[in-house]
Design a protein around this ligand. Structure first.
Ligand code: GDP
Length: 425
């Protein structure tokens, strides 16, 4: 059972990229299984910063394959730009990247549709990243999508298929908003121009992964976004359009459940959320600003300021149960170093009733008030710590508190952005 799933246990941006990079040492492949260029992972390898959106976070390990699985939606133009920017930094990417022929293509009309639909939502937008991911998934579910295998077809056939899709989308968008228009051929050009470079990457990745598992190779399945943004188990409708759970990891890669040996839930030592939707432990005032400043909580994909708050053990318990976390990786512990006192939400109160579990859907969660336990801060730097024993006693007790209330053992701790500032607990 050499397969290890790594997932976001909160609202995304937990530092999954960094933990995947840490766990990828010795792995044969790292597989993205959902989402698209709406993800943004930052890796810091020996002071060098890598910004990843589509390319899996194992790319920092020379022998490791990066697989974009069938569950993803992929903007081919964005993919080639990302590969070029990584190759400029001296990484060999192309030869190590495989793209599922069953993954769906994000077209420029999806990006346009994303913006038009957000505009039409008026005062309550979802807060999407505007990368066309939601509309591409909607087309997939409506059986109107185009799969990456299109780039393996003869040019004329690919052109005709893509043109037909763009023409249909143009009609649809004009019905939504008569002010929206685009030139189909102008939009088609850059997509078809990707064909020659994308085609060699496209293959049957499900077969590839099954062969690797048969050979006993270790593979990592890398989640994007996080449990509270999951389409089915998150705070609908303020969610992403794919499944960020371990079940989603299987669907989006073609790996069967009995191959999974471990599921790591990555959580920050506090909580953040980008975009709209309920966030019970949000800190609106100065403390929130302080967390944002120290934690540098600005989106890697959009640059947007993240909403910040205290660790919510109710939300993490929910994530852990749905995905079967076997361990937690706690990141950004160092961000709390200077705080005099900390809080952890261990339950909610909703209309006078005490809740231990997250209610379903955004409206009910909006009415929940967190019940906190207070904790005295350790007021000492953890940045140079490289083992549990190096940590100040207060930081160790804080980790104990998190694992007690989350119900899952903390096995990995991160105290800085660099690969080296991660250790096993
Ligand atoms: P992801 O999408 O879950 O991979 O998370 P992001 O990459 O969007 O956000 C995590 C950010 O925090 C990145 O800029 C990381 O370099 C940084 N980071 C990760 N772990 C730590 C940590 O332990 N301490 C600090 N200070 N920064 C960290």
């Amino acid at each position: 059972m050499p397969c290890h799933v790594v997932l976001g246990g909160q609202w995304g941006d937990e530092g999954k990229g960094k933990i995947v990079d840490y766990l990828a040492a010795g792995a044969h492949a790292v597989v993205r299984f959902q989402g698209g260029a709406n993800a943004g992972h930052t890796l810091v390898l020996g002071g060098r910063r890598l910004a990843l959106h589509l390319v899996p976070s194992g790319i920092g390990h020379p022998g490791c394959l990066g697989v974009l699985g069938n569950g993803m939606v992929i903007d081919p133009v964005a993919l080639l730009e990302e590969i070029a920017s990584l190759e400029k930094l001296g990484l060999e990417v192309r030869g190590r990247l495989r793209v599922s022929s069953a993954a769906h293509v994000v077209l420029p009309c999806h990006v346009l549709q994303d913006r038009v639909e957000e505009r039409r939502r008026g005062g309550s937008p979802v807060g999407t990243t505007g990368r066309g991911v939601g509309p591409a998934y909607a087309d997939k579910a409506a059986r109107q999508g185009v799969q990456m295998g299109i780039f393996l077809r003869p040019e004329g056939e690919a052109r005709a298929r893509l043109r037909e899709t763009l023409e249909r989308k143009r009609e649809l968008l004009q019905a939504l908003d008569p002010g929206v228009d685009f030139d189909v051929d102008a939009m088609l050009g850059p997509v078809l121009a990707c064909r020659e470079q994308v085609a060699p990457l496209v293959c049957d990745t499900t077969a590839l992964l099954q062969d690797l598992l048969d050979e006993g190779r270790r593979i990592l399945l890398e989640g994007a976004q996080g449990a509270m943004l999951d389409l089915d188990h998150g705070t609908y409708p303020y969610v992403t359009s794919s499944s960020c759970t371990s079940a989603g990891a299987l669907v989006g890669s073609g790996v069967p459940p009995q191959e999974v040996a471990a599921v790591t839930g990555v959580v920050k030592a506090y909580a953040t959320r980008v975009g709209n939707g309920p966030f019970p432990t949000e800190l609106a005032g100065e403390e929130g600003d302080r967390l944002r400043q120290i934690g540098q909580e600005y989106g890697a994909t959009t640059g947007r300021a993240r909403r910040c708050g205290w660790f919510d053990a109710v939300a993490v318990r929910h994530a852990a149960r749905v995905s079967g976390f076997t361990e937690l990786a706690v990141t950004k512990l160092d961000v709390l170093d200077g705080f005099e006192s900390l809080r952890v939400a261990v339950g909610y109160e909703q209309d006078g009733k005490k809740l231990r579990r997250m209610p379903v859907g955004a409206e009910d969660l909006e009415r929940c008030r967190p019940e906190y336990v207070e904790f005295a801060g350790w007021r000492t730097s953890t940045q140079g710590c490289r083992s549990l024993l190096d940590l100040p006693g207060g930081a160790r007790r804080y980790l104990d508190l998190l694992q007690e209330h989350a119900g899952i053992p903390v096995r990995i701790v991160s105290v800085g952005p660099d690969r080296d500032s991660t250790f096993r607990a």
